[in-house]
Design a protein. Structure first.
Length: 79
């Protein structure tokens, strides 16, 4: 079941949306719904990872000094 709601965007964004709809041969509504779907999926994943990290930290699950040293060496700038 779908529901309708109104979103206000500026003219430039509307123009870009219409151009994309034309080029992809997709309706404007489909593009907007897909964008929202993708946004929600990415943010749900990110929030889940953050919550898992907080749970691990609250449980005392931290990297050891040796693990941190390996990561620092891996990304250290060498001249």
């Amino acid at each position: 079941m779908s529901a309708a709601f109104t979103v206000r965007i500026d003219e430039a964004m509307l123009g870009a949306l219409d151009q994309l709809a034309e080029k992809t041969e997709r309706p404007r509504n489909w593009l907007v719904a897909k964008a929202i779907e993708d946004y929600l999926a990415v943010n749900a994943w990110q929030v889940g990872k953050i919550e898992a990290g907080i749970t691990a930290a609250d449980g005392g699950d931290f990297a050891s000094d040796e693990e941190l040293a390996r990561v620092r060496m891996k990304f250290a700038v060498r001249e």
